[in-house]
Design a protein around this ligand. Structure first.
Ligand SMILES: Cc1ncc(COP(=O)(O)O)c(C=O)c1O
Length: 337
């Protein structure tokens, strides 16, 4: 089989969507491009959404930019180390390195996070970063464990929760997590418009929570870092398209769970995922041969040291993933591995 290049890019956890419905707010903002962005409006909408004050919200050029600001705050520099799941989002490691921070793993946090493990690992006054759901494993904190963590974590220990994929968690989870996490001192949450909202190309995200920490982050940012177009479209989405993001997340959950069942029907112990991706650990299928088979079937996935992460795509993309998996299993069975 000869294939010119990957037909399906399932490497970046994007949600395929048409952004045509956003042309109106985009064009209307574009007619005012001679003006600097209006700051404050989007922040106000987000503050209302999360029942916090505008001072507890910071909008940034993607949550990656907010992570960079956060890692460079005096508060984080003083701590020097950041505790997180391993494997985790790759940007944590390189942004931490840029900022002179060390990322230290919390045992089992990527597979089965427990408050006990986190509390035993993170020193008092330190910083714990959890992606919930975790990228790349798709693991979500049980609400009981999250409750225990928030109750037991010392007040001076920082809890950073990266909610990039929270919309793909079961219905009701985000609200329950908000009851546990929001408006607590020392808690900072990060959100993005890149995933369920389908605006990865626009670069908008936000952080909300601990006002003192946000103030330090603000002090490191440049003025007007998020442009007028991005602000206008994000504001429109918050006001009018949240239902569409929920609908899109529901579709993705369905496609994800269907693909998961198909993989498990093949006797592969693929872990459940709460993100818009599945994690195929190397002990389920060896990562290199799987990645090669995916490429032969036109699928670009993300290869990690200990597995392969595949974003949930359209039906044909997911069918191509299954074909690649079948090819990989057949080769493995022939070798008798
Ligand atoms: C866990 C996690 N956090 C944050 C981000 C960054 O998102 P953004 O596009 O807002 O920078 C990603 C992107 O893949 C991610 O996986």
């Amino acid at each position: 089989m000869s294939i010119a290049g990957p037909r399906y890019d399932l490497s970046r956890n994007e949600v395929p969507r048409s952004t045509d419905s956003l042309l109106k707010p985009l064009v209307s903002a574009a007619s005012q491009m001679y003006k600097y962005p209006d700051t404050g409006y989007l922040e106000g909408l987000l503050a209302d959404l999360h029942h916090v004050t505008p001072a507890q919200v910071l909008v940034g050029a993607g949550s990656t930019r907010l992570l960079q600001l956060l890692f460079n705050t005096a508060r984080l520099k003083r701590v020097g180390r950041l505790f997180a799941a391993q494997p985790g989002f790759e940007a944590y490691t390189y942004l931490a390195r840029q900022a002179g921070l060390q990322v230290c793993p919390v045992p089992q946090m990527a597979e089965a996070p427990t408050a006990a493990a986190a509390l035993a690992t993170v020193p008092k006054g330190g910083a714990l970063l959890l992606a919930n759901p975790n990228n790349p494993t798709g693991v979500l904190w049980e609400l009981e464990e999250l409750a225990c963590l928030t109750q037991e974590l010392p007040q001076d220990t920082l809890l950073i929760v990266d909610d990039a994929y929270i919309e793909f968690a079961p219905v009701g989870y985000a609200g329950a997590a908000a009851d546990l996490l929001d408006n607590r001192p020392g808690v900072l949450r990060l959100r993005t418009f890149s995933k369920a909202h389908g605006l990865a190309g626009l670069r908008v995200g936000y952080a909300y929570g601990d006002a003192a920490l946000l103030q330090q982050m603000r002090g490191l940012d440049v003025p007007y870092a998020v442009d007028r177009l991005a602000r206008a479209v994000a504001s429109h989405v918050v006001m009018q398209e949240r239902g569409q993001a929920e609908e899109r997340a529901r579709e993705v959950r369905q496609l994800r769970d269907t693909l998961l069942v198909c993989l498990r029907d093949r006797d592969l112990c693929v872990p459940s995922s709460h993100g818009n991706f599945l994690w195929l650990p190397a002990d389920v299928l060896p990562a290199d041969p799987l990645n090669q088979a995916l490429l032969r079937h036109g699928v670009l996935a993300r290869r990690f040291d200990d597995g392969v992460r595949v974003t949930i795509g359209s039906d044909p993309a997911n069918a191509a993933v299954l074909q690649a998996v079948d090819e990989c299993r057949a080769a493995r069975d022939t070798r008798g591995v």
